[in-house]
Every structure is written in C-alpha cells, then in structure tokens.
Write a protein that binds this ligand. Sequence first.
Ligand code: ADP
Length: 490
Amino acid sequence: MDLTDWLRKEHRLLIGGQWVPSVSGQTFAAENPATGEPIAHVAAADAADVDKAVQAARQALHSGRWSGYTPTERSRFLFKLADLIEANQTELAALESLDNGKAITHASFVDLPMVIDMFRYMAGWCSKIEGRTIPISAPFAPGARFHAYTRKEPTGVVGLIIPWNFPLLMAAWKLAPALAAGCTVILKPAEQTPLTALRLGELIIEAGFPEGVVNILTGFGETAGEALVNHPGVNKIAFTGSTCVGKQIVTAAATDLKKLSLELGGKSANIILEDADVEAAIVGAANGIFFNQGQTCTAGSRLYVQRKHFDRVVDGIAKVVANLPIGPGNQPDTFIGPLVSEAQMNRVLEYIEAGKTAGARCVFGGKRHGNVGYFVEPTLFVDVQPGMSILEEEIFGPVVCAIPFDTEEEVIALANSSCYGLAAGIWTRDISRAHSMASRLEAGTVWINCYNICDSAMPFGGYKQSGWGREMGMEAIELYMETKSVCILL
Ligand code: ADP
C-alpha cells in the first residue's frame, strides 16, 4: 500500500461489511500534529450512522454469523487478522506515527508488536471459554436431584470507544477479546486519530470476517460517541478515555443500564526507595513519564524519591532528558514527538502555568518547544504542595512532579492519597519490602524495578476513579461475556 495514495482517498464508514459515506455527508480532517496540517479527510458519523451500524451488528449477532462459528474457526479469523497486521506492520506504524505524532520507533517496536500479540493471545482464548458444572443443594426440595451448569455467552452488540494515545493498540485491547467472546462490535476511534482504525477495517475485510461483525465509525465524541452510548440496541460499552467522559458515560448508561467497562485516567506514583539501583530507577522514572510524551494513562507523573537520593534523581532525570531527541514522530531518532493536538498542547501548557503560579519550581522544561506543531518540552517540577493541580490532576502530557519522602509509611499514604488508582512503580533491591508495599498500594498494576510493562496476558485496569473492570488476560474475556446458569430437575 502506498501511504500517500491511501491518505488521499475517500475514507468512509465500515457498516455491514461495506464502506459507506456518512448519512449527513459530513467529513472531518485528520491532522499531522508535528505540523498542524491536514493529512486525510474521513467521514463524520452521527446518530443516523450509529443506528445503521447497530442494526448491522445486531443482525450479525442474531444470524449467528459470528457466534455460530466453532471456537477453532473463530480463532482462525483472529490469527489471520494478526498475520495481516504483521504483514502490514511497517505501513501501520508509519500511519500511527503520522496521525498521532508518536515516535516511529515506538509505534514500530511497542504499539504494533503488542497489537499483533493481543490478537494472537485472544485467538487462543476462543477455544478455552468454558462454563462449570455446579453441585447444588436446594434445601427447599429434599430428595430432589438437579444437574446445574453455567454457559458463557457473548454479551451481544458492544460499542468500543477508544482514545487517541495508542489508537491501534486500544482498538486491539477491546476488539480482540470482544470478538473472541463472540460479540459483534461497533468501534469508534478518537476523532484526533481515526486513520489506523480505518486501515484495520480494510484488513478485517481481507481476513474474511463476516459482514456486520466489526463496524467502524469515525466521528466525534459528542455525536457518534454519545449516540452509541444512548442506543438501546447496544448491550455494552467498553470505553477508554478521560475520567470526566467516563462519568458522563456512566450517567448516560443509567437510562437502560448498559453494561460498562471503563479504563480511565491516572496519576500514578513511581516510588524510588533508598536501597534502589538508583541509575536504573532514574532511567525508569524518565521513561515512565516521558514515553509517548506523557500521554499514557499509567504515566508515572508523581515521582516520590527517598530524601537521600532526591537531588541525584532530579539531576539524573535532567541529564536523561537532555539526550532525548524532540522532533516529528517520523524521524528515526525522535523520542519525544508532538502532543496529539493543539487543544491537548494548550491544556498541558495551562497546567504548567498553573504549577508555576502556585509556587512550584520548574527544574527543566516548562514551555512549548518551537512554534510549529504541538511540541511541549519534558518538564519536571519540585517544591510541589498538596492541593496543586499539577499534583492532583491528570495532565496527560510530559510533566512530572518530584517529591521527597522519608519513610515507607509516609510514601504509601502519599501514593494512595490520589482519587486515581491505575498503576504504581517501586524501585528497591529489597524483595520482601517490594512485595509488602505492592500489596498496600491502591493500584491495578504495580511495577517493581520496571515501569509501563503491559502484556496481553496480564490484567490491566484501575482502582478507584481509574475505572471498572480489567482488560487483557482472562479477565478481558469476562468483560464480554454473560454467565447463564442452567438448572435441570433429574
Ligand atoms: P480526551 O479528553 O483525552 O480527548 P476523551 O475521554 O474525551 O479523551 O475521548 C476518548 C474517546 O471518547 C474518544 O473516542 C471520544 O470521541 C469519545 N467521547 C468523548 N466524549 C464522549 C461522550 N460524551 N460520549 C461518548 N464518547 C465520547
């Protein structure tokens, strides 16, 4: 595929196996965040398109076109799709880097391998979904004997609403388990990054998925997204995005009590203890926050350092950052790319200003980089006090607050003081201490002597306001299944 030609073509919606224009005929531009220039125009779906896509997905569900396949047959489709993604890995990584701004090396060596692995991992689950037989006592029916068992059934039609920070990977995290479980889906990529989902749609057709099983609607949150959440024909919404929108979705879903799984914001604590391998911790802490320009829900944005090493760690991170090349994502040596959009850049810059105004000290960074594209310098604050927005709120940009602490008790309390609970990091050579602290941190993932390690097999999700449910691993399959009990009088 020639990327330039592909970008130029008319990008439509995937509904019922066909590429169709939006009912309204409206389109919107996808933009290169390194330059602010439009790179493609895509269809803008709204409620009318959502209705068509839901009908197609319901028809595919009821016809048994997907759930009627044997588990082995379903897994073959997922393996085939993984193979096709692998065969097109280079162009997909280039497209992701162009649309989102992320470094091409990260798109190529992190996002795409994880996408492929996710489809293969979930392909394996198709044939491992089982119910149980249950010995029941039925104390109200003495002498009667029953045979009881559970069936695992697909939840039905699922709306997958995904964010812009890892567009293809977030699509894979939801699509792969939903399809493995036998659901039919409507995928809505974020309006900032619609392109890889559309290319994925082409590969889904090439893989031979039956029509209507996967529908893809590009469009805005307040139109397409809201219509999907409000549609009575949708059984469940799986959402990844901001906590604010997550709460709106919870409220909207209350109307018909749609099932929900939510992967929301974070303000994760990365803790460096005095017995840590400090040099490794410095590199880990820098990566933990600045990878993907800090646009990672697990970003280690609160860095707690035991006092003895505080200055060394801050200096060390400054040195690491000085060597991280900033530039357009498609340049091979770029580590820090632009933020995804002008709005996101402005949001992050506002947080930085609020931090300065509140009296925090900016050790490095603290401003926009250049005046073309949406680049923000990696930024580190010290002298941060409780109550400052840079410490309490999710910034979703390359901004870290470094805070010294004295005791383990103190740092556990500080780490747990957030309303979020997505992830945490601990750097120590004391393995007992590491396990003991891991059990006390209120976070869905705790990394010890590493950071931002995710895997298709390892459940991922949040405590507290970071979300509901766990993606990946066996838990992800559960998100897309209903359990039915069947009871027979013998
Ligand atoms: P961000 O604020 O970082 O852009 P959002 O949480 O707004 O992230 O967006 C994540 C996804 O949710 C996107 O696909 C977006 O279009 C969608 N979205 C935004 N608002 C709504 C809404 N009210 N209902 C449903 N989906 C929405």
